[in-house]
Design a protein around this ligand. Structure first.
Ligand code: 5GP
Length: 171
């Protein structure tokens, strides 16, 4: 396993992103919408740096493996618990790869008439993009390699690693 982004680099970036987000939203109420399960650590660390006007909700899409390339359809496995109508929503993603999931979720959530809808993602693989996407706040751009850790899994393993690593064949 090759460490791509260290625990301390992640922590510094999360603090920096939170600072920008705090300035942009000021005292407005903000709903953080985490995409399960990959965004759990990013969302919780980010939330700790934001002010008191933050609430959290979660949404889960269907497993992307296989289905994505064949059907191009993203299904909702777990929907939000509460209405986002009239609220400022920040969608919290772990990684943007082809852009399919993000575009689908953005379209879906827009139909629910939030006051605003923005996206923060810890990682992005610009080289893998198939769908044009807008990421309002981004942590790191990474090469087109399969990464694990800090929420990201391989067959449900490695999510609890405190750093981001490239999974090698040997691992
Ligand atoms: P997209 O719809 O942008 O192609 O894919 C986004 C989702 O694919 C992410 O939320 C994540 O679940 C998964 N994914 C994409 N690249 C990686 C990767 O390098 N590692 C892991 N663990 N998941 C990835």
């Amino acid at each position: 396993m090759e460490i791509l982004i260290s625990e301390s680099d992640i922590a510094a970036k999360v603090a920096e992103l939170a600072e920008t987000i705090r300035k942009d939203y000021g005292l407005a109420d903000l709903v953080l919408v985490g995409i399960l399960k990959g965004s759990i650590f990013f969302l919780s660390d980010l939330a700790k740096h934001l002010g008191v006007n933050v609430t959290m909700d979660f949404i889960q899409t269907s497993s992307y493996a296989g289905e994505k390339s064949s059907s191009g359809v993203v299904q909702i496995r777990k929907d939000l618990d509460s209405s986002i109508e009239g609220k400022h929503v920040l969608l919290v993603e772990d990684i943007i790869d082809t852009g399919l999931t993000l575009n689908h979720l953005r379209e879906l959530l827009e139909t629910r008439k939030p006051a605003s809808l923005k996206v923060v993602s810890l990682l992005s693989k610009p080289g893998a993009r198939k769908h044009e996407t807008q990421i309002d706040y981004l942590g790191f751009e990474i090469p087109e390699k399969f990464v694990v850790g800090y929420g990201l899994d391989y067959a449900e393993r490695y999510r609890n690693l405190p750093f981001i690593a490239v999974l090698t064949d040997e691992a």
